[in-house]
Design a protein around this ligand. Sequence first.
Ligand code: G3P
Length: 220
Amino acid sequence: MQLFLDTANVDEIKEINAWGVLSGVTTNPSLVVKEGKDFKKVVKEICSIVDGPVSAEVTDEDVEGMVRQGLDIATWAENVVVKCPLTANGLSATSQLSKKGIKVNVTLCFSANQALLAARAGAYFISPFVGRLDDINQDGSALVAEIVEMYHMQGLETQVLAASIRTPVHVTQAALAGADVATMPYKVFKQLVKHPLTDAGMALFAADWAKANQPVSAKK
Ligand code: G3P
């Protein structure tokens, strides 16, 4: 399973990219607005940093508008992926854009049937929203597993991108469900590497090393 960052913050992307484990980035209108920067500028900058797909979302709600925006976004960088919502209009736009060879990430997916429709429309990624389902007392991780199984049984090639990830446990669950990608906020990415026993082990090794390497006079 590939690991993506769900952010439009360039500093966060640079920091995690330096770990050598970042395979892509997803953004959405809320995340872009939070940065207070020009949409096109920030997407182009992210695309130049990350060696992998970077999703940028259309904001129009009618088919023509989405297709127009999608065609424009697709020219911004080679690794840009157009994000369309899982509405009837979003499916039409996805179908038109994917027929032109543009990669589309269909977002705001909350059911297996929606995921089936997105795949039939030619989506490159489907983004089931794990955390937002958990928020309303439904099992978001179970939906990821259901879509993975359904796509496998049906021979559908759309990649399953677990989104709205809120905790490290969501990441493990997505990986165990066979998701192709999990996209997560910076905070969750940082949590993945942390373990108190790793910190304690490092402190012990450092203390023992310092003791063994102190000057002979100090050892007496
Ligand atoms: O980018 C879409 C998704 O990951 C949003 O997450 O936490 O706002 O539900 P969240």
